[in-house]
Design a protein around this ligand. Sequence first.
Ligand code: ACO
Length: 329
Amino acid sequence: MEHYAAIIGWGMSVPRRVVTNDELARQIDTSNEWIRSRTGIGERRIASADEYTSVLATAASQQAIERAGIAPEAIDLVILATSTPDRPFPATASVIQAQLGIPRAGAFDVVAACSGFVYGLHIANSMIQSGAHQTILLVAADLFSHILNWHDRNTCVLFGDGAGAVVLQQRDQPLGLLSAVLGSAGEYESLMLIERGGTRQPLSAENSHLQDRYFSMHGREVFKHAIREMALSSQQAIEEAGLQPDAINLIIPHQANLRIIEVLIKRLEIPFKRVFVNLERYGNTSAASVPIALCEAVEQGQLHDGDHVLLTSFGGGFTWASAVVRWGR
Ligand code: ACO
C-alpha cells in the first residue's frame, strides 16, 4: 500500500525582542523608508543570549507536538534544518531530541540555507513513504543575528531570528507532500557565503578580526536567481502534482523580499490574494521563514482540508526547493 505523510501539527517560536527599522537607522546609515520600500520589512525579532537555536527550535516543536495531539515518544525521527547550529559540532537535532524527551529517535541536521525546511520536508516524506518511519518532527531554526556583520547595511537589515516546526505522520490517503523539486547551483556559492570559519579558510587568532567571518551577499544578483529558480521549480512542482496553477489555494514563499514575491507570483499567474506574506514583522528568518509563515497561515484560518499549498524557497548554495502539499490530517 502507498504511504503518504500528512502534516498533523505545526508550531513556531520567535525571540522576545522586536527590533524596528527605526532602531536600526539609529545605529547604521539606513532608514525605515529604504528598508520598507526595497524589501517590505518593518521589524524583525533578534535573539537574546538565552534564546539560542535549540531553545527556539524546542519551543516551536513543543507547540507542533501539542497541536498534533501525540506523545513525544511517538516521534521516531527528528530533523533540524539550520545553518546556525548551537555549536559547530555535534548536530543540534540531538539536543532538541533530548530536550523534548523523545527516547532514542534518530536525529540529524540538514544544511540547505533558506531552502532547508522544504529540503527537510522532502526527506521526511520519503522516509515515511518508504515505510522506514511513521512519525517525524521537522523543525527549522535560524539565528542569522549571530553571523551578520551589524555594520554592513547591505545585509543586517534583511534578517531576523526564529523557528518553525511540523509533525508529519503516515497516512494511507493522499495527504501531505504531493510533489517536491529540489535544486542547487554551487557555482554561485560566492554570491552568498561566509568566507572564513570552516576548514578551507579557518579562523585563527591573527585573522579573527576580519569582516569575512560574517555573512555576505550580492543582493542584486541573488534577487534575479531567486525569482528565476523559485518560478521554474514551482511550475515543475505544480505539474508533478498533476495540478494547474489555478488549483493552488495558497502560496507560501520564502519571506526574503516582498518585491521578489510580487514578481514571482506574476510569473506563476497566481493572484496576490492567494499569497501568504508575513515578512513585514519577521524579516528573512532563513530556513524558518516557510514554516513560520505556514504556522501563521493555519492559525489565521487560511488553509482548509483538501486545499493545495505551494511552498517555495531559495537560499545560499545556491539551493532552491518547491513543493505542493495537500492540506488535511
Ligand atoms: N539602507 C540604505 N541604503 C542601502 C542599504 C540600506 N540598508 N543597503 C544597501 N543600500 C544602498 C546600496 O549601497 C546601493 O547604493 P549605491 O547605488 O550608492 O551603491 C543602493 O542602496 C541600492 O542597492 P541595491 O543592491 O541595488 O538594492 P536593491 O534594490 O537590489 O535591494 C536587496 C537590495 C534588498 C538586498 C535585494 O537585492 C534583495 O532582496 N536581494 C535578494 C536577497 C535574497 O532573496 N536572499 C535570499 C536568500 S537569503 C539566504 O539564503 C540566507
